[in-house]
Design a protein around this ligand. Structure first.
Ligand SMILES: [Zn+2]
Length: 689
């Protein structure tokens, strides 16, 4: 479900399907104990392609050979440092933990090991899966068939959300943006099978093709699940196209003020006369007096749309959502058809991972990723990392404070507030201090779908328990083994899971310059999210509250707009530009993160002698090579196009070259001169933090 936390990178994997509303995901890491023995090179110079000048195209110079040597595997849409760690993590470390659990004949029923072993077995048991067919979904299918009017449909849609089947609205529980100590119930637009509204209105060839293929895909899914809906694909596309027209774009959804509308739950009756949304909530076990909705008008629009839509169409919509949500756990034919559309056609991925590898991903989804995560950190996370990372975080904080002090575009009053916010930042490193209680998740060796539903219901119950309660500030929104990091504006905190505290991000064998261009730039990136276009609207307590003087707010917005138009000029695919408005938060964070990391490195060298060049590169050059190494990446055109529509992060190539053209320190390190392609005129450069 949608949460405001901003991650270092986006991820899309089958494991997400296991608990559709959770933040659990497919993750990875390298074993730092191993890495100390193996000695992973700090920066691998064989990646460099000398056919390019670093002053003209830094990405191609630093990573050109790497790209040639590392083609995208047929099971992936994109391939880079994250994917490689991911693979090693899954196929070596998590697999090792799972193997140990499956080999143990004496696992206690209800223990983590029993759940892990039986989840894995149930996914591998294709004989039972084929034999059962749709039987595990029969009770839900019967309910859809017996719906007789609009409000029965609404109620059933609510009930199905408990098991992760999405509908036109989604409900989740999270800190109240204007009272961040308390939880609030948030309602948000949802339910587009193609993911985002632009897929329904895009006029170009690719968007048209995706819609045509979606129609065929829905028809095939219906045929495979023996559902005799006439013109199912066309009907569904038409319905979702109307729904999409009422939804806000992903750029509009970035506005925390516009999307914060606190209303009485009873007001839903006035906004939507024919549709009983209170029953929709009640069916999920949610009762509360006040809710926060992203857009009040959406309810009157839905009232119009749902009132005029034939009931059979709504039933078809829910039926497709049900089958699609669980397709990974159903028969081979259904599973393959879902992959064919969403994997191959939409993302350019040629083939599915082997079943035993998928089984690892599926098992990882248990307990929002934390059941395996808990065993993972015990085995692979060196406690000593916590102290080192805490020092790095404090180093970045100190540099940020000094830089805020020196800003020329900000008044003293706003600076005081910014520094107050900076000093209130909290951080989490490695893994949670306390783990959830997973005892209600039941897993059997021959009941895959029931297992998945039990896990999703656990996640839902956990959410329900938060309603009306103060926010648990110790909670993590990412599993510890993930190679990722996040900033949570409602908690004013930065979080670094064990997974990212590994080479090439954090390499005990590397020179400082490489670690500062890696993990410290990641830390700087997350800090900057507290001061990006969204984060800057939250105060030191994590409340959505303006702390800027009018003049300073205006200056900040001018700088942001300049950076938006700079990124909007990048043509990432023929005719398709980066969406500068969608990616502004992440682009600001990369720019700020690189600057903070660079000056944290300078600060760490005070009183020490200057390090000698390594492999012919100065420490300044190695800092930027390290940043490029983090983002070395090959990506399929199809997957790139998806991300350009939906990902708030710019494509990897532009995360490398984009910010560097604005950094005088980069110009100096590489001797970039007017006329070089990495050079832009000084008055076009943006420096925010
Ligand atoms: Zn980010």
């Amino acid at each position: 479900m949608k949460r405001l936390i901003t991650r270092f990178l986006v991820w899309t994997t089958p494991a997400l399907l296991i608990a559709a509303c959770s933040n659990s995901g497919k993750t990875s890491s390298t074993d730092s104990n191993d890495s100390m023995m193996k000695t992973i090179p700090a920066f691998d110079t064989t990646s460099i392609d000398k056919a390019y000048r670093p002053q003209d195209d830094f990405d191609s110079f630093a990573n050109g050979n790497w790209k040639k040597l590392n083609p995208i595997p047929s099971t992936e849409g994109t391939w880079g440092a994250f994917g490689i760690l991911d693979k090693e993590n899954s196929e070596v470390k998590l697999k090792g933990i799972i193997d140990a659990a499956t080999q143990n004949k004496n696992n206690e029923v209800g223990s983590d090991e029993q759940k892990i072993a039986d989840m894995y077995r149930s996914f591998m048991d294709t004989v039972t899966i084929e034999k059962l067919g749709l039987a595990p979904l029969k009770s839900y299918i019967d309910k859809i068939n017996s719906v007789n009017d609009l409000n029965q449909w609404v109620k059933l849609s609510g009930e199905l959300q408990k098991i992760g089947v999405s509908s036109v609205l989604g409900i989740y529980v999270d800190a109240d943006d204007r009272n961040s100590k308390m939880n609030a119930v948030k309602w948000v637009q949802s339910g587009l099978s193609l993911g985002e509204k632009s897929y329904y209105s895009g006029k170009d060839e690719r968007m048209t093709m995706i819609r045509d293929e979606f129609v065929k895909h829905v028809d095939k899914m219906m045929a495979l699940s023996a559902k005799p809906f006439l013109n199912a694909g066309q009907t569904l596309l038409q319905f979702e196209t109307q729904l999409a027209a009422y939804q806000m774009s992903n750029v509009e959804m970035r506005d925390p003020i516009k999307t914060y509308n606190k209303i009485a739950m009873a007001d839903l009756k006035t906004l939507s006369k024919n549709v009983n949304w209170i029953e929709f909530a009640a069916a999920q076990g949610i009762s509360t007096d006040t809710i926060i909705v992203h857009n009040k008008k959406y309810y009157t629009d839905l009232n119009t749309l749902l009132s005029k839509t034939p009931l059979e169409t709504l039933k078809l919509y829910t039926y497709y959502k049900l089958i699609s949500t669980f397709s990974t756990y159903l028969t081979k034919d259904i599973k393959n058809e879902k992959f064919n559309f969403y994997g191959t056609i939409k993302s350019g991925i040629k083939e599915q991972k082997k079943r035993d590898i998928q089984a690892i991903d599926i098992t990882e989804g248990l307990g929002d990723g934390n059941i395996l995560g808990r065993l993972y950190v015990k085995k692979y996370f060196p406690e000593s990392s916590k102290k080192k990372v805490a020092e790095m975080i404090e180093n970045v904080r100190a540099v940020y404070g000094e830089r805020i002090e020196k800003l020329t575009w900000m008044s003293a009053a706003t600076k005081d507030m910014a520094k107050k916010k900076l000093s209130s930042f909290t951080y989490k490193i490695g893994y949670p201090d306390k783990w959830d209680d997973y005892s209600t998740i039941t897993v059997k060796s021959n009941a895959l779908l029931e297992n998945v539903i039990s896990n999703t219901l656990w996640s839902h119950e956990k959410m329900l328990k938060d309603i009306g309660k103060p926010v648990d500030k110790s909670r993590w929104y990412m599993a510890p083994q993930m190679v990722n990091a996040y900033y949570n504006p409602l908690n004013n905190e930065v979080v670094f899971p064990a997974g990212i505290l590994q080479a090439p991000f954090f390499n005990a064998n590397a020179d400082d310059a490489v670690n500062y261009g890696g993990i410290i730039a990641v830390i700087g990136h997350e800090f900057t999210h507290g001061f990006d276009d969204q984060g800057a609207q939250y105060d030191d307590q994590g409340n959505l509250k303006n702390w800027w003087t009018e003049e300073d707010g205006k200056n900040f917005s001018i700088l942001g707009k300049k950076y938006i138009s700079y990124f909007s000029n990048f043509e990432a695919l023929p005719g398709i530009h980066i969406n500068g408005e969608l990616t502004i938060g992440e682009n600001i964070a990369d720019l700020g993160g690189l600057t903070l990391a660079y000056y944290a490195l300078v600060r760490s060298m005070k009183g020490k002698s200057e390090p000698a060049p390594i492999d012919g590169f100065t420490w300044q050059q190695r800092f930027y090579l390290s940043w490029a190494q983090v983002w070395h990446n090959n990506i399929k055109a199809e997957e790139l196009r998806n991300r350009l529509q939906t990902d708030p992060h710019s494509p990897a190539r532009y995360r490398i070259n984009g910010p560097l053209k604005h950094l005088p320190e980069f110009y100096e390190a590489w001797g970039v001169k007017e006329g070089d392609k990495m050079w832009i005129p000084a008055d076009q450069r943006v420096s925010i933090w």
